[in-house]
Design a protein around this ligand. Sequence first.
Ligand SMILES: Nc1nc2c(ncn2[C@@H]2O[C@H](COP(=O)(O)OP(=O)(O)OP(=O)(O)O)[C@@H](O)[C@H]2O)c(=O)[nH]1
Ligand SMILES: [Mg+2]
Length: 250
Amino acid sequence: MASRRGNAKTAEQSDKYSVLLPTYNERENLPLIVWLLVKYFGESGHNYEIIVIDDGSPDGTLQIAEQLQKIYGADKILLRPRAKKLGLGTAYIHGIKHASGNFVIIMDADLSHHPKFIAQFIEKQKEGGYDLVSGTRYRGDGGVYGWDLRRKLISRGANFVTQALLRPGASDLTGSFRLYKKEVLEKLVEQCVSKGYVFQMEMIVRARQLGYTVGEVPISFVDRVYGESKLGGNEIVSFLKGLLTLFATT
Ligand SMILES: Nc1nc2c(ncn2[C@@H]2O[C@H](COP(=O)(O)OP(=O)(O)OP(=O)(O)O)[C@@H](O)[C@H]2O)c(=O)[nH]1
Ligand SMILES: [Mg+2]
């Protein structure tokens, strides 16, 4: 393939990375995130596929995804849409079923997670043979950009309370930029009960419980530029409920 010429130096031929991109009203962001993914995977030479899981976005995200598929090819861009908004947790479950890679990368499609970090995730995973590698905003060069104080406090607070209650041994619990061995992700998803924002946290808490190893890569997280933020009071309440459930059941 043309994009792989000469620079496949670090890639293991047999490894394949399936990137799950859940989308809900991301028509402005999707072309850029896909372009960046294609660019960075092209540079690193790793084998990959991008699975777009759109939940009937009223803004026509799926039509944009169809155009991208025409541009980059149906082997690189897979569309696995659902008819309506069924939530992030089940979007991942749905996506995993269609992933053909032995590794799965989960990231947001709103450009908060920059694809440039993926090469570091992969390197880290290989270095320690980790079951999962988590991006962290709370260690090393990691950080958050563009959030107001309220949002920062919510994120920090959620992380802090969870650290105190569950001691999961990872520095960023609510982040959702991660690389998993596929069989590990399948196992974790099976075990997880939460649906909303608490899902990411449950994944890493359960990972520790099951004895999986976790590597970390500092990431800078940039607030979404396009599209509306969905973090409202409801999410916070359900997050706290989820946290308490986790505390009681783990
Ligand atoms: N398929 C699917 N994708 C979703 C759903 N809810 C959110 N997403 C996508 O999941 C990713 C993370 O959601 P965000 O809305 O960015 O959540 P957030 O980063 O906590 O909040 P903001 O960026 O401030 O809105 C984005 O790519 C969304 O488009 C859903 O119900 N179904
Ligand atoms: Mg976001």
